[in-house]
Design a protein around this ligand. Structure first.
Ligand SMILES: *[C@@H]1O[C@H](CO)[C@@H](O)[C@H](O)[C@H]1NC(C)=O
Ligand SMILES: *[C@@H]1O[C@H](CO)[C@@H](O)[C@H](O)[C@H]1NC(C)=O
Ligand SMILES: *[C@@H]1O[C@H](CO)[C@@H](O)[C@H](O)[C@H]1NC(C)=O
Ligand SMILES: *[C@@H]1O[C@H](CO)[C@@H](O)[C@H](O)[C@H]1NC(C)=O
Ligand SMILES: *[C@@H]1O[C@H](CO)[C@@H](O)[C@H](O)[C@H]1NC(C)=O
Ligand SMILES: *[C@@H]1O[C@H](CO)[C@@H](O)[C@H](O)[C@H]1NC(C)=O
Length: 371
């Protein structure tokens, strides 16, 4: 039957062409990228358009930030953000570690914190910090501030330092606008337990923020906020809050102030109430710091080296925190039956923060951190 044989051949050639075109299309979509490569980012990770995500998740326009957020976020569009500059990644001759390394170490030593590293996005404000972040194989995003050269270390509260701080606030506003909720954490915060477990899950809570000293009332605006650790949900109210906060940068009253103090001013002026923002101030029992130690190592979640004057002192005392923590873990694994109710809380006190206490006594001139 020559006729049907010919039909068959024609059909199979047709099928072949269709399949070929399909393949070509897929390959085209996979290799085509709308992005211009950024000369400031020499070490970009390969994009993962076609690896495991279905094609329909591609949204245009897509940019570096969106990719970084997608990479780090949990399915519910929640992630952890930390901002790093060169002072946090560079080792002086005498030092044996850096702030960023201690921060990462805490995720390793903490309980149920290791997997959270996948959801951490490091925002690097200078090239050194970015290089270090990439070297550590983390999720990294390079934040560029126009008109500021961050190659040099910025002196605390200098003009450029303040410019960079506000740039950071603008970035966080951008993240909220893109629908991502996040924990913002300074890198001088040790993550000893998974904070998502301790944070209130009620969707009506807009902002849950750490404090220097907790006055016992999670709703009291008399608590002294600390912007070194907070969880913020993306919604209209929080976008409004961050917009206003950012606009304050040009306000005369904000001249020479840290953005944290500007936020504090907003709160004192009743702006939270005006927005009907639901704010919860976090108990230092769980979200502790050097200003006020956690009363309970059995439930402490984070430890912030606040109330400390410069990076050297912070690193020194945070190392002691991790040592205390390792002791506690050893003890706990040795006596698994013992718990917080069996007189053991007392036995596990934190060591004193000697270096930080002394940091107030000595004159310290450059690049110090004061929060
Ligand atoms: C998002 O999902 C993670 C993992 O399932 C969970 O721990 C976290 O609490 C969720 N975040 C919010 C804001 O619901
Ligand atoms: C969440 O908070 C709101 C207001 O505080 C309250 O009415 C609601 O019952 C809470 N929802 C849950 C699930 O706890
Ligand atoms: C938030 O604002 C947008 C645009 O202004 C509006 O469409 C949306 O309904 C608002 N959502 C809420 C929950 O108010
Ligand atoms: C600056 O602060 C003072 C006192 O808090 C207030 O009276 C004044 O209105 C503020 N100025 C501006 C421009 O916000
Ligand atoms: C706690 O310690 C006190 C004395 O240090 C002792 O009298 C008491 O029985 C202890 N309580 C428990 C529950 O072990
Ligand atoms: C800090 O600067 C002051 C002058 O601004 C100087 O007198 C002092 O010696 C400096 N201290 C140190 C530790 O460098």
């Amino acid at each position: 039957m020559p006729l049907s044989a010919m039909e068959y051949t024609k059909n199979s050639i047709g099928n072949f062409i269709i399949i070929f075109l399909l393949f070509a299309g897929v390959i085209y979509i996979c290799t085509w990228s709308p992005l211009k490569s950024n000369p400031l980012l020499p070490y970009q990770k390969p994009r993962r358009f076609c690896s495991n995500s279905p094609l329909r998740t591609i949204k245009l326009p897509i940019d570096e930030l969106e990719l970084a957020l997608e990479r780090a976020a949990m399915p519910n569009k929640t992630l952890i953000l930390a901002v790093v500059n060169s002072a946090y990644v560079q080792q002086s001759v005498k030092a044996d570690t850096t702030m960023l390394d201690l921060f990462l170490e805490s995720f390793w030593l903490g309980e149920e914190t290791r997997q959270l590293l996948d959801n951490l996005l490091i925002v690097a404000v200078d090239q050194t910090a970015y290089d270090r972040c990439m070297f550590k194989r983390l999720n990294c995003y390079r934040l560029v501030t126009e008109g500021v050269d961050f190659a040099a270390e910025k002196v605390y509260m200098s003009k450029d330092f303040i410019k960079m701080m506000w740039r950071r606030t603008l970035l966080l506003l951008d993240v909220l606008k893109r629908g991502y909720s996040f924990i913002f954490t300074d890198t001088d915060v040790m993550w000893l337990r998974n904070p998502f477990v301790r944070l209130n899950k009620n969707e009506t809570e807009d902002l849950q923020i750490s404090v220097d000293e907790f006055n016992g009332d999670p709703r009291s605006e008399k608590n002294l906020i600390n912007t070194g650790f907070y969880f913020i949900r993306s919604n209209n109210k929080t976008i409004e809050l961050f917009s206003t906060w950012y606009e304050m940068k040009d306000d005369k009253n904000s001249t020479g102030k840290k953005e944290q103090d500007v936020l504090l001013d907003l709160m004192r002026d009743g702006y939270f109430q005006q927005l009907q923002l639901q704010v919860r101030f976090l108990d230092t029992k769980y979200f502790a710091g050097f200003c006020q130690d956690s009363r309970d190592i059995w439930s402490v979640t984070t430890v912030h080296s606040n109330c400390c004057r410069h990076i050297g002192a912070k690193v020194s005392d945070l190392k002691v925190v991790l040592r205390d923590w390792k002791r506690y873990k050893t003890f706990k694994s040795k006596y698994p039956g013992l718990g917080p109710n069996k007189n053991m809380t007392k036995k596990y006190r934190w060591s004193a923060h000697v270096a930080c206490r002394n940091s107030w006594k000595t004159e310290y001139n450059s690049s110090s951190e004061l929060d």
